[in-house]
Design a protein around this ligand. Structure first.
Ligand SMILES: [Zn+2]
Ligand SMILES: [Zn+2]
Length: 484
């Protein structure tokens, strides 16, 4: 069975890089990873070895030291890789049971939520050595061959483009709406492109909406227009440019924790969060966990009849026989809800075991009800240091009105019905098919990738990616990086 040795740059908790020697060893039981001669990972079966060709630097990489996964690690997750015949692949990053093709009774993989498999590792983010190294072990069923007419420059953007498409589909713009993209840059520009694609389709069927790009840098606004923005607004520090602006939806792609408050102020229907910056924002500590689990914050419906109707959030989200509602708030639940839902009451950490042991549906609550930011944080991560959520992936936390709550986000949700949505990974097949069928879209990389670096220049690539002059930096593996 194969053994591969290579040197790669680890990313460390102090934000520096250091060379490490990796050995990937495969046998009939699966793969193991050693770093500097010490056992690091026993991966088991369902992985395949690919050589990295290129890997994009994204905001998640730049914020990696804030994320709750162990370091050091070889990071990088926006990859093109090749097999031993030189065929090119893009790789979905979640190494779930489903993506590995291994048998399991995992409720998440079986429910069609493999990107939320609780036992997954994630390429270049959690555990699995990523695309800033010359070789990768990737889930066997997560590799999609890149069509011949899609150039490397576009293929390297498939991971973030798929995520952008997923965000736009989750948001589902309605005819006549005005949608703002806050901070269009390496990810936000792809969100503008995805919105423009949906808008072009909608225009043919009678539904149209406006796409506004909001940024400080006029060059970015100019570029956003070429990606399909229908209007541009230059933002400055005084915020006066935004004083009389309002949008139906605001997609926050800034990666800046301060931007969420602006998005909340500007949006009427929904704020969609795409950033995993790992930092507190709008009074919430676990906002990145919310995005990782693709949760939403919604107002608790105040009409009693909604409590019984099939449109109530707990009915809409239900995965088992009865809706499972975790009531975290101090105030008592309405009687109508007690009659129609399986309701538990108490602090999130105490309720969690009763859900993780559930045998039908997903082993989580369908929704939680909270009145304070602390209760919302506890619903997202009930146990410190443990990446388990009380609420199921793509579920909701319903917010009760609370005049004493200081978070502008929670107040906007409870008082004026603003929804906070979030999304993470998208469908690679769909993104690749769109690229393969659109010659103009295939030039996306030529316009977005401003800087290229050799793999040995990773530190310089990160410094450049952080600078204002860079939109997208890509790291290329130009020379043979190991021996088989
Ligand atoms: Zn990324
Ligand atoms: Zn699974």
């Amino acid at each position: 069975m194969p053994t591969i040795d290579f040197d790669a740059l680890d990313y460390r908790a102090d934000q520096t890089f250091a060379a490490a020697h990796y050995t990937l060893r495969g046998d009939e039981k699966g793969w193991s990873v050693h770093r500097d001669g010490v056992a690091l990972l026993e991966l088991g079966p369902g992985y395949r070895l690919l050589r990295t060709r290129a890997c994009g630097v994204c905001s998640t990489d730049l914020a990696r030291h804030h994320l709750p996964f162990p370091l050091p690690q070889v990071i990088g997750h926006e990859v093109i890789a090749t097999d031993d015949q030189g065929r090119r692949f893009v790789v979905e990053i979640n190494a779930s049971h489903h993506a590995r093709g291994v048998a399991s009774d995992c409720a998440f993989c079986r429910a069609g939520l493999p990107t939320h498999c609780p036992e997954r590792l994630t390429l270049g983010i959690h555990g699995l050595p990523g695309g800033f190294g010359p070789w990768m072990l990737v889930p066997e069923h997560a590799c999609l061959e890149v069509p011949a007419n899609v150039p490397d420059s576009a293929a390297v953007l498939v991971e973030p483009f798929a995520a952008a498409l997923h965000a736009v589909q989750t948001l589902a713009p309605r005819p006549g709406e005005r949608i703002a993209v806050l901070g269009p840059r390496r990810l936000g520009m792809l969100v503008v492109a995805a919105l423009a694609g949906v808008r072009a389709k909608g225009k043919r069927t009678g539904g149209d909406f406006r796409i506004a790009a909001l940024a400080r840098d006029p060059a970015l606004l100019q570029l956003a227009t070429t990606f399909g923005a229908t209007e541009t607004i230059q933002v400055d520090d005084t915020a006066s440019a935004l004083a009389d602006q309002a949008f139906d939806c605001v997609i926050d792609t800034t990666g800046n924790p301060q931007a969420l408050a602006t998005a909340v102020r500007l949006a009427r229907r929904e704020v969609h969060v795409k950033s995993t910056h790992g930092q507190p924002s709008c009074g919430l500590s676990q906002l990145t966990g919310l995005v990782v689990d693709e949760l939403a914050l919604e107002a608790f419906p105040n009409k009693p009849d909604q409590a019984l109707a099939g449109t109530a959030p707990w009915q809409r989200l239900r995965t088992g026989k009865n809706p499972r509602v975790a009531w975290l708030a101090q105030s008592p639940p309405p009687l109508s809800l007690l009659r129609t839902a399986d309701l538990t009451r108490g602090p999130a950490a105490r309720l969690l075991p009763s859900y993780t042991q559930a045998r039908d549906g997903l082993p989580r609550a369908d929704c939680a009800v909270a009145a304070t930011a602390a209760e919302v944080d506890a619903a997202i991560r009930p146990i410190a240091g443990d990446e388990i959520c009380l609420v199921r992936p793509r579920g909701s936390i319903l917010i009760l009105p609370n005049p004493a709550e200081p978070s502008p986000l929670l107040r906007a949700v409870a008082q004026r019905g603003l929804r906070l949505g979030s999304s993470r990974c998208g469908d690679f097949r769909q993104a690749l098919d769109l690229l393969a069928g659109d010659a103009e879209l295939q030039r996306i990389g030529e316009r977005l990738v401003t800087h290229r670096f050799a793999a040995a220049e990773l530190e310089a690539a990160f410094a450049m990616a952080r600078s204002r002059g860079c939109i997208k930096a890509v790291v290329e593996h130009r020379e043979a990086g190991g021996r088989a």
